[in-house]
Design a protein around this ligand. Sequence first.
Ligand SMILES: NC(=O)c1ccc[n+]([C@@H]2O[C@H](COP(=O)([O-])OP(=O)(O)OC[C@H]3O[C@@H](n4cnc5c(N)ncnc54)[C@H](OP(=O)(O)O)[C@@H]3O)[C@@H](O)[C@H]2O)c1
Length: 301
Amino acid sequence: MTPHTITAAASGTWTLGDLTVNRLGFGAMRLPQTGEAFATDAVPRDREQAIGVLRRALELGVNHIDTAAFYFSPLRSANELINSALAPYPDDLVITTKVGPGRGPAGDWIPHASPDRLRGQVEENLRQLGRDHLDVVNLRVVGEDSIAERFGALADLRTAGLIRHLGLSNVRPGHLAEAQAIAPVVCVQNRYGIGADPEQDTLLRACGDQGIAFVPFYAIAGAGGQAGLTGGESAEVRAVARARGASPAQIRLAWTLARGPHVLAIPGTGDPDHLVANVAAGALRLSPAELASLDSAHAAG
Ligand SMILES: NC(=O)c1ccc[n+]([C@@H]2O[C@H](COP(=O)([O-])OP(=O)(O)OC[C@H]3O[C@@H](n4cnc5c(N)ncnc54)[C@H](OP(=O)(O)O)[C@@H]3O)[C@@H](O)[C@H]2O)c1
């Protein structure tokens, strides 16, 4: 690392409960395979490359990693890679995981966990990460059903000391209110980025008003989703990128971080050069004119 290397500290900090993190973090979903996440024919990523990316992320000041026990390919597990690369974990590292969805040993999706099965998923994460408690656990949901029973089950595990802080993922505004009535929510992790559904802007602002972190996923991948970055970029993003000598991916990250001090980034990559670029995006400060142009691209969907 040269004296000029930009680190994640340049993005500023946010506090999840009592855990302070740099706003520019890392998502581990891309590590177990190359190409599309969860693909049945996924090609496992080179182990040394994945381990190298994780260690480099920490060297670059990343201290917030997002993961899940269901991030695995036939031969690689994100949690196992994190454990192998980073344990014994530095005191300032915050690992956020998510429960709810599950996959069988062959990678097939199984029904979401019922309240009584969430403890098993929490313990699975503890085993794989080699920890005796989890820093942050998001309840990842689908649909609009009540989350009270499932979130209540996680709140019990928090009281029991297995979990330090709770969050939500893929939720609607009503879910946040429902959960907050049961236990404090420190973060909401939803799909968001330039062109996202306007309902997400409302939720982003509601999180800011309540001091809750809003943590976008697919901020770079956008419409590509789990397939990843599939090309096709708006003229506005390309123009700002060109003017700043940055990549469209960096501009997308900088724009999400500019949405509020409570917005955290967790870009996912298995490419060491992309990692460095993503961390550097945390230092980009977009001008009012650039933000206005990108906002118009966002509004266009
Ligand atoms: N809660 C949920 O439901 C949920 C759902 C999905 C994801 N997540 C979490 O959110 C994280 C972020 O999502 P994501 O991994 O899809 O990340 P992303 O940041 O939206 O995009 C990742 C894609 O962009 C590429 N990429 C990354 N950095 C790049 C750069 N600087 N230049 C060009 N291409 C770049 C990656 O390919 P390369 O590997 O080639 O760089 C990959 O195809 C995940 O890792 C996961 O932890 C949560």
